[in-house]
Design a protein around this ligand. Structure first.
Ligand SMILES: NC(=O)c1ccc[n+]([C@@H]2O[C@H](COP(=O)([O-])OP(=O)(O)OC[C@H]3O[C@@H](n4cnc5c(N)ncnc54)[C@H](OP(=O)(O)O)[C@@H]3O)[C@@H](O)[C@H]2O)c1
Length: 313
């Protein structure tokens, strides 16, 4: 997406989302909540550019949906994201058919200019980065992505020269690195400290808080934006909360569902720029965007949220 569009004020949920037949699936608090603008946060190295704090991950669901009866649902998820004021879609070549499917959807819906695409290089062998990036662009049916990341970095001395050159050539607007493996956190931290990539994508969730110890503070100190992968622990948090009541005090931070409880916890951390929950259901996309509306929990409230979820058993 171009930076001019990034600066457009946050939208509240448009009428189109309701007329698309999704309103039936929305509870009254969600409909009321949708009138509030999305929270946006600055991309620290983005010269004033901001992004809505909830986006969409495509790893599992979009791979499965690409050539299946769930295809239409996934297209509606992308429409719900954009209609709700969201922009960020995260994908990768290693997510099976997902990256190409994102390209198809953005072409079909003509939404490319309204979406911030994040994808990744899997091999990044020196000298091979450009061919890898061009293959991503081809699958995504675009001539430039917004963010290109080195997927699953493992080496503390990882050279960022190749990916920086792609940015200089205009194949991407931002560079980043990602990991969701604790064994690679130390190497990832070293790269962030030394190379100060524009973005870090890292796993972080209410019941998976290891990234708080070093990676999130390091990213903050380095001026690196943080995208949060696996915000629901691949659905693990929903399984823990199944059939359990949302506490009354969740209303104190404008939280209307368990999905918002888990996401607002993440967004309450000051180092986090955006979370990228995966879903194949448009009503879940709308629910997730609701976490980016209204108040967020402060440190004291976040401690209470941890305690509450830990005793769910
Ligand atoms: N190394 C890396 O860079 C890396 C590694 C892993 C993941 N990632 C990124 O992180 C993204 C998120 O991870 P993920 O998709 O595996 O897991 P996740 O976001 O933690 O959880 C997804 C699960 O939550 C459910 N869900 C989503 N919203 C919901 C809602 N409002 N209410 C109830 N259930 C809801 C989804 O089911 P429904 O379809 O039924 O909604 C799905 O089963 C990935 O898609 C990918 O983009 C990056």
């Amino acid at each position: 997406m171009d930076s001019q569009e990034n600066n457009i004020e946050a939208m509240s949920l448009s009428r189109r989302t309701f007329t698309a037949g999704l309103a039936v699936a929305m509870t009254a608090p969600l409909v009321a909540q949708a009138q509030t603008p999305l929270i946006k946060r600055p991309i620290p190295q983005g010269s004033g550019e901001t992004m809505p704090v909830v986006g969409l991950g495509t790893a599992v669901v979009f791979n499965a949906a690409a050539n299946s009866p769930q295809r239409a649902g996934a297209v509606s998820v992308v429409r719900a994201l954009v209609d709700g004021g969201g922009t960020l879609i995260d994908t990768a070549p290693s997510y099976g058919a997902a990256e190409g499917f994102v390209g198809e959807i953005l072409t079909e819906t003509a939404l490319r200019s309204r979406v911030f695409i994040s994808t990744k290089l899997e091999e990044y062998r020196p000298g091979g980065e450009e061919a890898e990036a061009q293959a991503c662009l081809q699958r995504l049916k675009t001539d430039k992505v917004d963010l290109l990341q080195l997927h699953n970095t493992k080496k503390a001395d990882q050279d960022m020269g190749g990916i920086n050159a792609l940015k200089a050539k205009g194949l991407c607007r931002y560079t980043g690195i990602s990991t969701t493996f604790e064994r690679d956190y130390a190497a990832t931290e070293a790269i962030v400290r030394r190379a100060r990539p524009d973005f870090l994508e890292i796993d972080y969730a209410l019941d998976n808080r290891k990234a708080e110890e070093r990676l999130l503070p390091t990213a903050r100190d380095s001026g690196t934006a943080v995208l949060v992968a696996l915000p629901f622990g691949r659905g693990r948090l929903f399984r823990a909360a199944l059939g359990k009541p949302l506490p009354d005090w969740a209303a104190e931070f404008d939280c209307a569902s368990w999905g918002q409880f888990f996401l607002k916890f993440i967004l309450g951390h000051p180092a986090v720029t955006a979370a990228i929950p995966g879903t194949g259901k448009p009503e879940h996309m709308i629910d997730n965007l609701g976490a980016a509306r209204g108040r967020l929990p402060d440190e004291k409230m976040r401690a209470r949220m941890i305690q509450y979820v830990e005793q769910l058993g």
